[in-house]
Design a protein around this ligand. Structure first.
Ligand SMILES: *Cc1c(COP(=O)(O)O)cnc(C)c1O
Length: 416
């Protein structure tokens, strides 16, 4: 959908051959999310590319129709499934946010993006190495669809680092990385894993949803395919399902071809909401970061809490890698209670006023979720002193959230 626009006319503000403004390429994140993916030929002067809905595209003549089929349909209206400027705007914006990337394809959900990334690389007989702390539906793809296709998966310890080299065998075709891990937030040694994979011609696929390219520019770190559940921070308002895969040079053509064959297309309306959300993502992330960090530190000092799993805290496995590789932290983390059972944890969560109880994250509202990571592990067995709670810190006032959690911890202690 959105290869780096070689033929771009741009919006007339110092645009280079690559279609990306030289000035913008050197700017900070907040400046880049405002301008990325915008082209005058798609907006006609309107600030946001409007919603171009289409299935049929009409041609002037039989000759015109034939010619369109013969040329590359990238950034050209061809048929609705190949997208319109609404999807191209978001795809190009995501490509521009990943220095060194070749292109981005959009999907109707994050899980669809993960499945397409895997299918674009793997074939029957191949082996996938998948981190044990992967998002559970990613495990589902490996243990279901991939297994049925004759693709085997070995799950590895998120702290394996350079040790991944020992797992790479003749049939190993790809490594799936997720850093920090879902639920338990282990930060992986991505440079070491990338180096080991590259040495053996193995493709690296990263689920970068927690950090986004703003906090971890994945392609720059040598990742081949970088996945976002745009449902989370890109959309940012808990009202749209959307996913993306951004590819390093040499990986985009196969990704796009596979995605076309799967019939993948994100709706123009959803892509439009994604672009709308993206424009404020940098400023939202700064608030999520500051508020989540303060709350995590406050929790870490409480006697009811055994450990806080937040990449920016030394108590989090891989914290040193986070310090070395990441440009900041976002708003999702977890903590383990100091003892207590299911009922005590429910007493904490059920009475919260400002935290909703529900799946997903990345929106403007705070959420609390009971999590049981050990249930989803096969290669490692994380062990905690008590039950775990995952928090998504939204855009409310931090003091209000802390007061709500303090009352929750009192209910927890009373229920112990
Ligand atoms: C939510 C999530 C996904 C899946 O995204 P959906 O849009 O809900 O399908 C993938 N990876 C991670 C880490 C997630 O948190």
């Amino acid at each position: 959908m959105g290869r780096r626009p070689h033929d771009a006319k741009g919006d007339g503000r110092g645009v280079s051959d690559s279609g990306v403004s030289d000035i913008r390429a050197k700017t900070g994140n907040s400046t880049r999310v405002v301008g990325a993916g915008r082209r005058k030929e798609w907006t006609a002067g309107i600030v946001n590319t409007p919603v171009w809905r289409a299935s049929t595209i009409l041609y002037d003549s039989v000759a015109d129709l034939r010619a369109s089929g013969a040329r590359d349909t990238h950034h050209r209206l061809f048929y609705g499934r190949r997208g319109t400027p609404t999807q191209w705007t978001l795809a190009d914006a995501l490509t521009e946010l990943e220095p060194g990337a070749e292109g981005t394809f959009l999907y109707p959900s994050g899980v669809a993006a993960i499945a397409a990334a895997l299918l674009s690389v793997l074939a029957p007989g191949d082996e996938l190495l998948c981190v044990d702390s992967a998002y559970d539906p990613t495990r589902g793809i490996a243990n279901g669809l991939l297994k049925r296709m004759g693709i085997t998966t070995r799950f590895y310890d998120p702290m394996i680092g350079a040790g991944i080299a020992d797992l790479i065998g003749e049939r190993t075709r790809a490594v799936l990385i997720e850093s920090p891990g879902s639920l338990t937030f282990e930060v992986q040694d991505v440079p070491a894993i990338v180096a080991a994979a590259k040495a053996r011609g193995v493709v690296t696929i990263l689920d970068n949803t927690w950090a986004t390219p703003l906090l971890f520019p994945a392609i720059e770190h040598g990742i081949d395919l970088s996945i976002l559940a745009c449902t989370k921070y890109v959309v940012g308002h808990s009202d749209v399902m959307l996913g993306s895969v951004t590819a390093a040079p040499g990986h985009f053509a196969r990704l796009r071809e596979t995605s076309f064959q799967l019939g993948q297309v994100a709706s123009p309306d959803d892509a439009w909401l994604g672009s709308r959300g993206l424009r404020t993502m940098a400023v939202r992330l700064k608030h999520h970061e500051a508020s989540a960090l303060r709350i995590a530190q406050w929790l870490a000092a409480r006697p009811e809490i055994a450990t806080v799993l937040h990449p920016a805290l030394p108590s989090c496995p891989g914290h040193d890698y986070w310090k070395r590789d990441f440009l900041g932290s976002s708003g999702l983390f977890a903590f383990a209670l100091n003892g207590g059972d299911e009922a005590a944890r429910a007493a904490l969560i059920d009475g919260l006023d400002l935290f909703g109880i529900g799946y997903s994250w990345g929106g403007f509202e705070s959420l609390a979720l009971p999590i049981d990571p050990a249930r989803h592990r096969t290669a490692t067995a994380p062990d905690f002193a008590g039950p775990l709670v995952r928090l998504q810190i939204g855009l409310e006032d931090t003091d209000d959230l802390i007061a709500d959690l303090a009352a929750g911890l009192r209910r927890f202690s009373a229920a112990m």
